[in-house]
Design a protein around this ligand. Structure first.
Ligand SMILES: CC(C)(COP(=O)(O)OP(=O)(O)OC[C@H]1O[C@@H](n2cnc3c(N)ncnc32)[C@H](O)[C@@H]1OP(=O)(O)O)[C@@H](O)C(=O)NCCC(=O)NCCS
Length: 171
């Protein structure tokens, strides 16, 4: 399946793509840990928190079918993470990645993530997930991410919060 791609901040894209992101969040938020909630206002505040992230959109016929969102972090805002990463000064955080349900397992997120990795340049990319999120973990491990650390039982008995990192490697 082929997708068109677009790399930009959520605040600068057409309203119909912003609506596409909102729709993806509201239809998937209940599976998240912690849950994004299913009420419009909970999703709206999460959506607002993503406004200044960089996004890569996977589009089909000008509709958003998947997106990966990324924030930029500096050592001064998270010294513990900087140390874990080998005292790097800057890194990217993959904050959110969602594919429309009916198009899952058809390469939409691989397409977004590969472009995203290119957009991160030489900076490491960090992301967090829950240990029973098989689809996302499969996607991360297939794209060069490795586990950095985990917080056992963070989301309840047997469900850890796991931090993955992708270090830059020359192609
Ligand atoms: C995780 C998610 C974004 C994957 O998106 P996707 O568009 O279906 O992923 P792709 O089709 O590009 O799959 C890429 C690779 O990821 C892995 N993967 C995807 N879905 C998988 C599944 N259900 N089980 C195991 N591995 C899976 C595979 O390695 C796959 O490659 P392959 O199909 O060649 O084996 C999607 O399942 C999703 O939106 N989940 C809900 C939201 C979420 O949990 N986001 C992550 C936390 S923010």
């Amino acid at each position: 399946m082929t997708y068109q791609g677009k790399y930009c901040s959520l605040g600068t894209v057409p309203a119909r793509w912003q609506a596409g992101v909102f729709s993806l969040l509201i239809h998937n938020g209940t599976g998240f840990r912690p849950s994004l909630g299913s009420s419009g206002s909970e999703v709206a505040s999460y959506f607002d928190s993503l406004l200044f992230n960089d996004f890569f959109f996977s589009l089909r016929e000008d509709a958003v079918v998947a997106f990966a969102a990324m924030a930029h972090t500096e050592a001064s805002t998270d010294p513990a993470m900087s140390e874990r990463l080998g005292n790097v000064k800057k890194w990217k955080v993959l904050t959110c990645a969602i594919t429309e349900k009916r198009l899952r397992r058809m390469g939409a997120m691989s397409f977004a993530l590969r472009n995203f990795i290119r957009g991160a340049g030489k900076l490491p990319i960090v992301t967090f997930t829950w240990s029973d999120n098989g689809p996302f973990i499969g996607l991360l491990e297939g794209n060069g991410f490795v586990e950095l650390y985990r917080e056992p039982d963070y989301f309840g008995a047997g469900i850890d919060r796991v931090c993955y990192v992708r270090h830059f490697t020359a192609a």
